[in-house]
Design a protein around this ligand. Structure first.
Ligand code: SAM
Length: 232
C-alpha cells in the first residue's frame, strides 16, 4: 500500500475547499440571478464546520421516519437531503421541485434507486402518490403566496391523513431583514406565533422549535422547525 503523506491529503482538501469557494462565488455571488435553492455540497466542503444549521434539515426529520416509510420531499431543491439523510431509512422517496434546473442537478449528483425526482409545481399539480408517512417541506412555505399556500396545504392534508406527519422549517426574520434574502420569498415570518396561526387553520397538532446559529457574514440565523399532524 502506498501511504499518502499528510501534506498531500491536506493539499487535496485545500484544493477541494477552493473549488467549492469558487463555485459559491460564481453561482451565488455573481451578476446572474442565483438559483432559489442552495447547492449543499458547498456547505459540506466549504462552509463546514463554521456553518452547521443546514444539517438540521437532514437530521431532525429522521426521527419521524421508520424503516421502509414513504417520504415526499416537497421543494427538494438540490436533492441533498433525500439522498444522504432520508434514503438511508425510507422505502421510497418522491422528491419534487418546480425548478427543472434543481431536478437536473439532483438527478446528476444525488440520484439513488429509492428516489424519484420530478419537476412539479406543487401548487398546480397533484403529488406523485396519494399517501405519505412523512412529508418534508424545508425552507419552502415562505416561497409561496396565500393562494399557493392553500393549494399545497390542501394536498398535504390529504396526503398525510390521520397517521402521517408534515415536518419542515422556515426562517424567522427580524423586521429589518424582511425582503432582503432569497429573491423568491413571498411570505416571510417574523414570529413563531404567526407560523402557529398559519398552521392552526388546517391542523390540530402543531409543534414548533426554534434554533439559532451565527451566520458567516455576521448576524444570526433563526429557523423555526414545525411538526404538524391531524388535519382538521
Ligand atoms: C430555499 S429552496 C429549499 C430547497 C430544499 N428544501 C433545501 O432545504 O435545501 C426552495 C425551493 O422551493 C422550490 N419551489 C418554490 N415554489 C415551488 C412550487 N410551487 N412547487 C415546487 N417547488 C417550489 C424552488 O424551486 C426551490 O428549489
Amino acid at each position: 500500500m502506498i501511504r499518502i503523506p499528510k501534506w498531500l491529503a491536506d493539499f487535496g482538501l485545500r484544493v477541494n475547499r477552493l473549488y467549492y469557494k469558487q463555485l459559491l462565488r460564481s453561482v451565488y455571488g455573481g451578476p446572474k440571478q442565483s438559483p432559489s435553492w442552495f447547492d449543499h455540497r458547498i456547505d459540506l466542503h466549504y462552509h463546514w464546520p463554521h456553518n452547521l444549521f443546514w444539517l438540521e434539515r437532514g437530521v431532525l426529520p429522521r426521527k419521524h421516519m421508520f424503516e421502509g416509510c414513504g417520504v415526499l420531499d416537497l421543494f427538494c431543491g438540490d436533492g441533498y437531503y433525500s439522498r444522504y439523510f432520508y434514503s438511508t431509512i425510507a422505502g421510497h422517496i418522491d422528491a419534487i421541485d418546480k425548478d427543472p434546473n434543481a431536478i437536473a442537478h439532483a438527478k446528476r449528483w444525488h440520484s439513488h434507486p429509492k428516489i424519484d425526482y420530478g419537476v412539479a409545481d406543487a401548487a398546480e399539480r397533484d403529488f406523485p402518490r396519494s399517501r405519505y408517512d412523512v412529508i418534508v417541506w424545508f425552507e419552502g412555505l415562505e416561497h409561496l403566496n396565500e393562494a399557493e399556500h392553500a393549494a399545497v396545504v390542501d394536498r398535504v392534508r390529504s396526503a398525510i391523513g390521520d397517521e402521517g406527519v408534515l415536518v419542515g422549517s422556515t426562517p424567522i426574520l427580524a423586521p429589518e431583514e424582511l425582503g432582503m434574502g432569497n429573491w423568491e420569498h413571498q411570505y416571510e415570518f417574523t414570529h413563531v406565533a404567526q407560523l402557529r396561526e398559519f398552521f392552526s387553520r388546517d391542523f390540530s397538532d402543531i409543534e414548533i422549535d426554534v434554533t439559532v446559529y451565527p451566520l458567516l457574514g455576521g448576524g444570526a440565523r433563526r429557523s423555526a422547525y414545525f411538526t404538524v399532524r391531524g388535519p382538521k
